[in-house]
Ligand binder design. Sequence first.
Ligand code: SAH
Ligand code: F3S
Length: 475
Amino acid sequence: MEKLIEEKRQGECLYLPENSAAEKKLYIESYGCAMNFSDSEIVASILKDLGYRTTQLLEEADLILVNTCSIREKAEQTVRKRLELFQSVKKINPGMKVGVLGCMAERLKSKFLEEEKIVDLVVGPDAYKDLPNLLQEVSDGRNAVNVILSKDETYGDVSPVRLQSNGVTAFVSITRGCDNMCTFCVVPFTRGRERSRDAQSILQEVNDLWNEGYREITLLGQNVDSYLWYGGGLKKDFIKASEFEKATAVKFADLLRLVAKAQPKMRIRFSTSNPQDMDLEVIRTIASYDNICKYIHLPVQSGSNRILFEMNRRHSREQYMQMIDQIRTIIPDCAISHDMITGFPTETEADHRDTLDLMEYVKYDYGYMFAYSERPGTPAAKKLKDDVPDAVKKRRLQEIVALQRNHSLFRSQQQVGKTFEVLIEGESKKSPAHWMGRNAQNSVVVFPKENHQKGDFVQVKVESCTSATLIGKAV
Ligand code: SAH
Ligand code: F3S
């Protein structure tokens, strides 16, 4: 039993405050992107209405849900390992049910039930409102599957239960799905076509969060710049909208303005931006409002024009560099981060050097870097051979990671001596005498607690740094 408890501590377990009135116990854990963590808060809300309270103890759970990620093969292997562990828990607690949510559920559908005998329930990202019916089927002794993707589901009417929250920062989802069809990416297949959430319901959630004490929100979507609310429905059906719907439609820049004005003291972040959908109006809007954070996560994936084309990223390296120049001109203190993939099919040493060269040009504040992982069913898997040897992918990955480390240190060093407004998120992991927070550029800042409190905005002067952390003192 001790081993199980240890395993549980290592997992990313989410839990709710105790609620003695409820009887059934839910153990839920999430993998992958912020959207999955946000979706688990929606699932917890739907299950709360069915009388479930969450537990951190696997072995006492009536229901285990695992919200899964399919983005790379490794993410799926992690989930398979967890299912093995759940199998051993089920031996102790045979009445326990196990459900798989999220992208793996959508990708594998009912095949999951055959491949993993322990699984009772398979629910795709658009079917969470069907959980009450599905759980009824399971309790009647049948396996249950719903992986239907929706044209209009955004869960805008579900008020999320904030799981393992620091009480200061929260995610607010604004779009679901993605229409971009980057050839390496499984997301358009697992999360369906793109649709946006009603701007009014987003504003309502942001206002509620402020009243509950939250001080920073991150607007979430696979491709936030593509946000378009015109009364509901798929983004691709906007052309069929009425003249009135077209005239009153809310774009991403409009949404940013609405949110920034509704709560002028709430910090606003957003993620993720695909360069092909980000425009000057968005960049100018970020510059115009003090409470919109000066930080843009702008994945590029490769610095080679040929590879960008093969990836169906619809911009060139030159257009990307021009966008970086525009950001730096319009928002001089803006931090920029990236996602990069090494070893995409057909990538040569020359393509890889183009990536290193682009990184050298931008000198990103930080980045997320990955070796290409072929995903079944994607356009790249169908038309290109995964022909870069693993050792080459890994070596290229190490090279970009090392270069990024240098750039992160360079960017951190540039901040030493400057004073930033920092929002305190909680205690520093390394020292109980220090607070940890972030500045508007999203750098982690650590400083002595003195008499400041979690959730406070504090002016901090940076005195030293590592590549990932600024260290300072409140002034
Ligand atoms: N639209 C979101 C989510 C993309 S997935 C975004 O832009 O952030 C997050 C990152 O995972 C991608 O930007 C990409 O760098 C990486 N990724 C996606 N599919 C991948 C694959 N098949 N192999 C390796 N990395 C991948
Ligand atoms: Fe994937 Fe490209 Fe969309 S990376 S989520 S298809 S923007």
